[in-house]
Design a protein around this ligand. Structure first.
Ligand code: ATP
Ligand code: MG
Length: 407
């Protein structure tokens, strides 16, 4: 991508109500554009980051046998009425509307009902189980408050996976596989060290659910943990019974701010029973399918990463999700020619600042955009047959031969 040709521009100021630093940078660096409170557009660089995050998630989920689908956003009230979640009193985040032809529909805030309902067409025997299906899709929620840029929005991108198993044992086994896959995902995303699987409140079918919480000062949640962080729990379950269960004392725990980047939940028969998702087992007995659901906030993860790694100059993207590997800056005439050559060889990996502006402006924009490696090719360095390579995170610079650049 050439900065001289893209329509995006870095901006001096962020939308005035954007208070979190990472959120300000995302706007200023041209990754997102704010439509209104809690509603964002993703621009070329931002979309690349999102796609990189999605692909890491896909890779790990496909590895454990999950199949990707894309469900509709428009929702028929019927299945939601059967589970008693069509009512605004029960689900206060609905965006609902009237059909011109009569009747109502809603914009999906989540997809347990349509997934369960759809599976009635495909699951009737134990031979059809298990099924693990997921999607990466836009969710709509009428959240009371939008917060921290893309971290809490009214329209956001979620990966939601649903599992359909014959028995609780089968379900538990898959649940553990997802736990492991999630930790791998967060590691690959670059937040593995600061992301913890926490005990969170469960439901009728399991005592606990689990959340994946990433430490960050702008997080809305508080998590509690012991010294070696082998026990981590959400504040909402910090009580004597749970502490006893987990074998820790309150005095051993300290707290920190964190953002929920994912969660996993044993649903049991919560949706399958009211929606009539049943199967015939080996003995010809009719049984209710055991379900689980597993979410990752794709756009929130992007916001958390922006927030966590930002410094006083701008964004700092982890290598695996950065929109490009190299931010290439040319200075001078010979520098420009050499940079053009390098760009043409590796165009998909390079953001090329080929604009006719002062070097100082180019450096400031490179810092703001936050691509992991900055390469400067100038007449001066070329005189020594070298280029200048700077690590965005550490700020360390060294002179290298062009041929030693790795992509
Ligand atoms: P929260 O407690 O933060 O509202 P939730 O319990 O409502 O989250 P789920 O419905 O399970 O979350 O959604 C799955 C994931 O989607 C969450 O773990 C979170 O990362 C993300 N998410 C939820 N709500 C939002 C939102 N309004 N904006 C962006 N991401 C969200
Ligand atoms: Mg919520």
């Amino acid at each position: 991508m050439r900065l001289s040709q893209t329509f995006i521009k870095t901006l001096r100021t962020a939308p005035k109500d954007e208070t979190a630093r990472g959120a300000q940078y995302l706007s200023r660096a041209g990754f997102v554009h704010k439509e209104l409170a809690g509603v964002y557009d993703y621009l070329p660089l931002g979309l690349k980051v999102l796609e990189n995050i999605k692909n890491i998630i896909r890779k790990e989920l496909n590895r454990i046998g999950c199949e990707e689908v894309l469900m509709s956003s428009l929702q028929n009230p019927e299945p939601w009425s059967k589970t008693d979640r069509w009512d605004i009193e029960k689900m206060d985040v609905w965006f609902r509307t009237e059909l011109a032809a009569g009747g109502e529909l809603g914009l999906a805030p989540t997809h347990e009902e349509p997934f369960t309902n759809m599976m009635r067409s495909y699951i009737s025997s134990y031979k059809d189980l298990p099924v693990y299906a997921y999607q990466i899709q836009t969710k709509f929620r009428n959240e009371l408050r939008a917060k921290s840029g893309i971290m809490r929005t009214r329209e956001f991108i979620m990966k939601d996976l649903y599992s359909f198993s014959a028995t609780k044992e089968d379900h538990d086994e898959f649940y553990h596989q997802v736990e492991k896959a999630y930790m791998k995902i967060y590691q690959e995303l670059g937040i593995g060290e600061d992301t913890f699987e926490t005990f969170a409140s469960g439901g009728v079918f399991s005592k606990y659910s689990h959340e994946f919480q990433t430490l960050t000062e702008v997080g809305e949640d508080t998590i509690w943990f012991n010294e070696d962080k082998s026990v981590v729990l959400n504040e909402e379950v910090l009580n004597d019974e749970v502490l006893n269960d987990l074998g820790v004392k309150r005095s051993e725990l300290t707290s920190a701010k964190a953002a929920e980047v994912g969660n996993i939940f044993t649903l049991g028969e919560k949706y399958s029973a009211p929606l009539g998702l049943v199967f015939n087992d080996k003995d010809g007995q009719r049984r209710v399918v055991t379900m689980g659901c597993y979410g990752i906030g794709v756009s929130r993860v992007m916001g958390v990463i922006a927030e966590k790694f930002a410094d006083e100059k701008g964004l700092v993207w982890p290598k695996n999700i950065a929109p490009f590997k190299i931010h290439l800056i040319s200075i001078g005439k010979a520098g420009k020619e050499q940079a053009e050559k390098l760009y043409k060889q590796h165009a998909s990996e390079i953001l090329f600042d080929d604009r006719d502006i002062r070097p100082g402006e180019k450096f400031a924009d490179a810092d703001l955009i936050g691509i992991p490696t900055r390469v400067v090719i100038s007449d001066k360095t070329l005189a020594k047959n070298e280029i200048e390579v700077t690590d965005r995170k550490t700020g360390q610079t060294n002179l290298q031969k062009i041929s030693s650049l790795t992509f």
